[in-house]
Write a protein that binds this ligand. Structure first.
Ligand SMILES: C[S@@+](CC[C@H](N)C(=O)[O-])C[C@H]1O[C@@H](n2cnc3c(N)ncnc32)[C@H](O)[C@@H]1O
Length: 246
């Protein structure tokens, strides 16, 4: 999408993000179990601290990377958010010092890296920053190209909120590059329309496993979600645990 930069998502979504996306205890529970001793973790694309703050409350020393000052400002404004150290930049570079027992990347956000090459680089950079035996935990949706019509587009009503408010979704899918450019158009009560852009490059689980192998990581486990529900051919999401060998 022309003009879409690493910081664009946060710039457009920060005001709304915490109203739409809520904390999820199962994520925090699973991550805290893999944070090592003493517990430490690096969150790629830390955003407004939806996961990082409750994880830090459990005694994990969390730090993060994000490209959006607007999202990080939201985290800073929350209790506990000020104490979390954040490196500003593109998370695909994993440009931090030291090694971690746990690096995680939630909410489909690996797909915010818009080419296969950048995703492969991200896995490699993560592997370089993991301790031996350390884990890279990600969740991603399982692609469903049936959502797109014969012109590779999709137009849908996402939400009718009230008599004056609604959200429409418009997406264009590229089956060669595996990219999807979307606009969520939210009409507010005052009649104003806000465009919320999202650009992604998706990958199936098998492609992610190959990226991990190229980086020297092995798939340790895969579930349908952080609550450890089984992953199978009907799953719409997966939570995958990659491990750096001892
Ligand atoms: C969907 S939010 C997820 C935030 C948080 N991980 C959570 O689960 O609530 C995506 C985050 O990724 C950040 N982001 C997107 N692309 C990025 C990039 N290339 N480098 C760094 N941050 C990026 C955005 O600024 C935003 O904070």
């Amino acid at each position: 999408m022309k003009g879409y930069e690493p910081g664009t998502y946060g710039q457009r979504w920060a005001e709304l993000y915490d109203d739409v996306y809520k904390p999820d205890d199962s994520i925090v529970e699973l991550l805290s179990r893999h944070a090592g001793d003493p517990p430490r973790a690096l969150e790629l694309a830390i955003g407004s601290g939806r996961i990082a703050i409750p994880l830090a409350e459990r005694g994990v020393e969390v730090s993060g990377i994000d490209a959006s000052p607007e999202m990080v400002e939201k985290m800073r404004a929350k209790p506990g958010g000020e104490a979390i150290s954040v490196t500003m930049g593109d998370f695909g570079d994993v440009a931090v010092e030291g090694e971690y027992p746990l690096i995680y990347l939630a909410f489909n956000t690996l797909f915010a890296l818009l080419s296969q090459e950048r995703q492969v680089e991200c896995f490699q950079n993560v592997a370089d920053r993991l301790e031996r035996g350390g884990r890279f935990i990600i969740d991603c949706f399982v692609p469903d190209v049936k959502r797109y019509d014969s012109h590779n587009t999709r137009t849908a009503v996402s939400e009718i909120i009230s008599v004056d408010e609604h959200t429409l979704e418009m997406s264009v899918y590229d089956p060669v590059d595996q990219t999807i450019d979307s606009h969520l158009v939210r009409r507010t009560e005052s009649g104003e329309s806000i465009v919320l852009p999202v650009a992604i490059r998706f990958a199936w689980p098998a492609e992610l496993d190959l990226m991990a192998r190229l980086a020297g990581l092995e798939l340790e486990d895969r579930f349908g979600w952080y609550d450890l529900r089984p992953f199978n051919e009907r799953s719409t999401s997966h939570m995958s645990i990659y491990r750096k060998p001892d």
